[in-house]
Design a protein around this ligand. Structure first.
Ligand SMILES: NC(=O)c1ccc[n+]([C@@H]2O[C@H](COP(=O)([O-])OP(=O)(O)OC[C@H]3O[C@@H](n4cnc5c(N)ncnc54)[C@H](OP(=O)(O)O)[C@@H]3O)[C@@H](O)[C@H]2O)c1
Length: 268
């Protein structure tokens, strides 16, 4: 039995902790309090994307302990790579969880995609076993950036539009949204291609609409954050996309406008 650390006692952190404990694993769930014993063999990072840097800096894990980043979006993986020398794994999940009065409710069963990102691969088996107990089925990718970019591309449309217009995901299936969705996808494709992620316009639009349909009644995480006057994760989604575009000499005016608009709405 491995000692597993979970950093971030929020919705996903608590869900993962609960499921690992049910599977008889030894779990330390760490919030903002100072760490007592830093003897975990693996840390799962379950904070929001913009909280990763501060949370990991305070944790200061021994440098041979693997870290598995489970937050949404891209960008924190590079921040983390510059901050610590630990072996790094990246993951993302489509499970849904909500905190309620100190407990956690699983709002949707999903899956987990993960892969090795940097450093020693020696703990890949442990990472797989833990993620497959916590968020099954866990699927390992040789190039973990592929599923992360795919999720980012879908989130970069569904999240800001639903948050801007205060609508459930299924509203995006209406005819009135189709031209805007296609334009956002068209703008993204060259950026994705420059990152080695090949999509056709038709395939990506179809994937976005399929997710909107499958989650039609859901409030996106960005809309939930907006309604709760919390900071959103737009910097790690449309923000990351726009920064990559700028580095590649590409123009993404619609994504830039959404990034600025959602940022301006944030925490008000
Ligand atoms: N919830 C879901 O259904 C779901 C599904 C898929 C993916 N995700 C992704 O998973 C990530 C976490 O989401 P979540 O919904 O679990 O968010 P959350 O409920 O806000 O949990 C984040 C937790 O991290 C804690 N934290 C922040 N800074 C910290 C620090 N310096 N040290 C220790 N803990 C710290 C927060 O504490 P405070 O409350 O004190 O700030 C909070 O308990 C996000 O990237 C999200 O997009 C979530």
């Amino acid at each position: 039995m491995a000692k597993i650390g979970i950093l971030g006692a929020g919705a996903i952190g608590r869900l993962v902790a609960q499921r690992l404990r049910k599977a008889d694993q030894e779990v330390t769930l760490k919030g903002r309090e100072p760490v007592q014993e830093n003897d975990a063999e693996l840390w799962l990072i379950c904070t929001k994307s913009y909280q990763v840097k501060e949370a990991v800096a305070a944790l200061s894990p021994p440098c041979d302990v693997p870290l598995v980043l489970l937050c949404n979006g891209l960008g924190p993986h590079q921040t983390l790579a510059g901050l610590v020398s630990n072996p790094l794994y990246l993951g993302t999940t489509t499970y849904g969880a909500r905190k309620s009065e100190g407990a956690v409710e699983m709002t949707g069963r999903g899956q987990c995609w993960y892969g090795h990102y940097r450093g020693s691969k020696a703990q890949l088996g442990l990472v797989h076993r833990v993620l497959n107990l916590a968020l099954p089925p866990a699927q390992c990718f040789d190039n973990v950036l592929a599923p992360l970019w795919r999720k980012l591309a879908i989130n970069a449309v569904i999240n800001p539009l639903t948050a801007r217009d205060k609508v459930a995901n299924g509203a995006l299936l209406a005819d009135t949204y189709q031209a805007e969705i296609t334009a956002l996808v068209t703008e993204m494709l060259p950026v994705l291609a420059a990152e080695g992620q090949a999509f056709t316009k038709e395939a990506l639009v179809a994937q976005i609409l399929a997710v909107a349909e499958a989650t039609a009644a859901n409030t996106s995480s960005m809309l939930a954050d907006r309604l709760a006057h919390r900071r959103t994760e737009i910097d790690a989604i449309n923000g990351y996309l726009c920064q990559k575009a700028q580095m590649q000499g590409l123009s993404t005016p619609r994504h830039l406008a959404l990034w600025q608009q959602i940022t301006a709405l944030g925490e008000h």
